[in-house]
Design a protein around this ligand. Structure first.
Ligand SMILES: NC(=O)c1ccc[n+]([C@@H]2O[C@H](COP(=O)([O-])OP(=O)(O)OC[C@H]3O[C@@H](n4cnc5c(N)ncnc54)[C@H](OP(=O)(O)O)[C@@H]3O)[C@@H](O)[C@H]2O)c1
Length: 323
């Protein structure tokens, strides 16, 4: 399958490496705003064609596109690609508004195209391992999912510049960047909550630097915490009355273990390279393109919409606004 790529950041390189490792993926074109950045990325990643005009890129000859641009651009770029007959795998969060996602899901369906969010959780085989492990810890009453990662862009922000990730005009910030990784497993493992509460801490730029949400269910409380201004060292935990599951990384589902009430530890999964986990996304994408009736494609689309709606509710409750 021939891919085009939008965005020339480090994450695009990780996706390309993963897709090349796990799939029969050929990367034939890249779109960048500048020839300089496009040429550099193309030569580093062995991509033949560079475009600085997105309309020409959309009309060029490849089957599918991987989009890794700032969040605010996901909707219009995905729409343009779907209108030009390209299958789309777009970085998280797939759109800013759930209404935009519903519109593009309908457009993809109408055009016979696959349109998915590049969210590691949904395509990671460790998701099934986690689901099985959950059955072994008894009754679950409390859950804490955390994704707190000190941003490499924070020093630049403190020095007076405005990196994209802290610029609300690009629909970025902590919930959109990291919180989404906590919302996905919460909804996927436990379903829709009865009630959501949430709040956020804001930076001077107006971006949310950290925040939390609580999902209330009849039998449990699921707490989500996320920060770009501090580094988590403890991971996420699912508390059952017969044991606890500890997850080092909620985004990658790596280094997961089950600790029973006697303190006995069973490893669920160890470390896995991020490129491989992104390769699983590419693998599923290709599988859906070959078989659009794959029932898991429906699950992926439905879950993406549920997550997008929950993210919107958390934003409203927390007062997160994009300019
Ligand atoms: N799956 C993951 O683990 C993961 C990790 C990181 C990021 N992401 C997601 O990937 C996406 C990109 O994140 P990122 O941190 O790479 O973003 P970024 O560095 O801010 O931008 C990505 C690329 O978009 C272009 N770009 C930058 N600013 C732009 C602007 N103002 N207008 C138009 N284009 C612009 C740049 O390419 P050109 O200069 O070549 O045009 C840049 O390389 C986000 O949606 C993010 O959530 C996912």
């Amino acid at each position: 399958m021939r891919y085009g790529v939008i965005g020339t950041g480090w994450i695009a390189k990780s996706f390309i490496d993963g897709a090349r490792m796990l799939c029969d993926a050929e990367f034939s074109a890249v779109y960048s705003r500048t020839a300089e950045s496009g040429n550099k990325f193309a030569s580093e990643n062995k991509i033949a064609n560079v475009f600085t005009d997105i309309e020409k890129f959309a009309k060029s000859d490849f089957d599918a596109v991987y989009i890794a641009s700032p969040n605010r651009l996901h909707f219009e770029q995905s729409k343009l690609m779907l209108q030009n007959g390209k299958h789309v795998i777009c970085e998280k969060p797939i759109t800013v508004e759930p209404e935009e996602l519903a519109e593009l899901q309908a457009l993809a369906k109408q055009n016979g195209l696959i349109y998915i969010e590049a969210i590691m959780y949904m395509f990671n085989p460790a998701r099934d391992l986690l689901k099985n492990a959950i059955k072994k810890i008894g009754r679950i009453t409390s859950v804490h999912f955390d994704f707190s990662q000190l941003s490499s862009k924070y020093p630049a922000y403190l020095a007076g510049s405005l990196p994209n990730i802290f610029n609300p005009a690009l629909a970025t910030g902590c919930l959109m960047d990291l919180g989404v990784y906590c919302v996905y497993p919460a909804l996927d493992l436990f379903g829709l909550p009865q009630k959501i509460t949430a709040c956020a801490h804001f930076m001077e730029s107006g971006a949310d630097g950290s925040g939390n949400a609580a999902f209330l269910y009849p039998d449990k409380l699921v707490n989500l915490t996320y920060s770009k201004l501090g580094q988590d060292r403890l991971g996420s935990q699912i508390f059952g009355d017969e044991g606890t599951i500890v997850i080092e990384s909620i985004s990658k589902l790596i280094n997961m273990k089950l600790i029973d009430n006697k303190g006995e530890i069973t490893e669920i999964i160890g470390d896995v390279a991020k490129e491989i986990i992104m390769g699983y996304e590419a693998e599923a994408f290709e599988k859906f393109i070959k078989n659009p009736d794959d029932p898991y494609y429906q699950t992926v689309c439905e879950r993406a919409l549920q997550v997008s709606k929950a993210m919107k509710e958390i934003r409203n409750l927390s007062g997160i606004k994009f300019k």
